[in-house]
Design a protein around this ligand. Sequence first.
Ligand code: FES
Length: 185
Amino acid sequence: MTLASLKYQQINTVNIDYRTYLSAGEIAAIEHETTLLEYREAAGIEALKIVQNNRGWISDDSLFAIANLLQMPVSQLEGVATFYNLIYRQPVGKYVIHLCDSISCYLTGFETIADYLQQELGIGFGQTSSDGLFTLLTNACLGGCDKGPTMMIDGKHYQHLTVDAVQTILVELTNSANGLTEGEQ
Ligand code: FES
């Protein structure tokens, strides 16, 4: 049996009762989503977002519990989570930096910004800074191709990036995380 098939077998046999794992608020929010859709499993992506918003990321246990609530195969929900790159399947920092590496941004300075971020944060792509503040990821086109290089953090898009601009953004986010306002650094 291959590792992949073993993992597939495990993921479909583990079962977690959602009532013992998800909060009442999470269950209510997910159930609300199901009322808007024809099939319960169609609420998978919204359910993943709801739980991630509360817990920061989607652990295996969260995945099992959501699948149990939606009465769908865990492997199917795992497929949704894997496809959607804003669902995190491992712990992430307070801020997740999605730096666009698609062609337009690549041609307008992706590498310069990527090098700076990695150097400044002391991490590579897919890693989280030692202070737990920043996770660095690449992302496919963010829809601002004429404004590259671009990145997205917490749903906010940053465009026409320069090293100076990124430095300012990192300082502002770090100060915000530490409860500092402008001029208090
Ligand atoms: S290529 Fe980067 S936003 Fe489209």
